[in-house]
Design a protein around this ligand. Sequence first.
Ligand code: SAH
Length: 241
Amino acid sequence: MVYLTGAGPGDIELLTVKALRVIREADVIIYDRLANPEILEEAKDGCEFIYVGKEDSHHTLPQEEINEVIYQASQQYETVVRLKGGDPFVFGRGGEEGIHLRERGAAFAFIPGVTSAIAVPEYAGIPVTHRGITVSFRVVTGHESTKAQSQIPWENYRTDDTIVFLMGLHRLETITRKLIEIGKPADFPIAVISRGTRPDQQTVIGTLSDIYDRAKDLPTPALIVVGEVVKLRDQLGWFEQ
Ligand code: SAH
C-alpha cells in the first residue's frame, strides 16, 4: 500500500493523526524538501528512507522518475509512505503520482495535509478570508511567471480575492510589478512569510511597491499573501511575538 501523505507546513504538531500512524508503520519513506525533517524521526527502526529532491528546487528528480521510484517501492515493501510538504494536491504533484500507480495497478490512498497556503498566513495572524473584507481566496503558483509564456492569467487578479502565491519569492519583483500593471494600487497590502509555523518564522509586511526591497532576502520556504486581510495582522498576530 502506498500512502500519498501530506506532512503539513512545518510545525510537527500540525501533522495529522493519520499521517503520523502511517509514518510509524512505514517500511520505506520517500520524501523531498520537507518543511520539518524531524518528522522522519517518528519512523520505526529499520525503515528505509529514499530522498528524491534537494533543497534547491532546481535539482529535484524529474517527476517521471519519482513516480517510478514510488511504484518500484510498492513492489518491494508492504507499507510505502510518500511524504510531501503541506497537502499532496496543493502544488504537490500528488495527482500525477496517483495516476502513475493506478496505471500500474498499485494500491494507494491519499492522506491530506495541512496546507501552507492557509496555515502559514494563519501563523502570521492573516486570515485568508474575513467577513466584511474578502469572501474568497485563491492559491496560485509564482513559479510559472519565470517562463516567457506565463500561464498566470494576470488580468483575472483584479478581483478582491486574497491571493496566496506559493513558490513565488524568487519572482517577487515580477509579481508585484504585474499586480500594479493590472491596476492594484502601489500601496496595496502584501506580506511575505518565511519558514512559516517553524520557530524561526519571519513575516514582513509591506506594500506592492516596497515589499521587494524589504523581503527579497528572506530564507525559503516562503509564501506571499496579497490582500486587505494582511492588515488584520495588527490585531491577530500571535506566533512571532
Ligand atoms: N503542497 C505544499 C506546497 C508545495 S509548493 C502545501 O500544501 O503547502 C512549495 C511552496 O509552498 C514553497 O515554495 C512555499 O511558497 C510554500 N511553503 C511550503 N511550506 C512553507 C512554510 N513553512 N512557510 C512558508 N511557505 C511555505
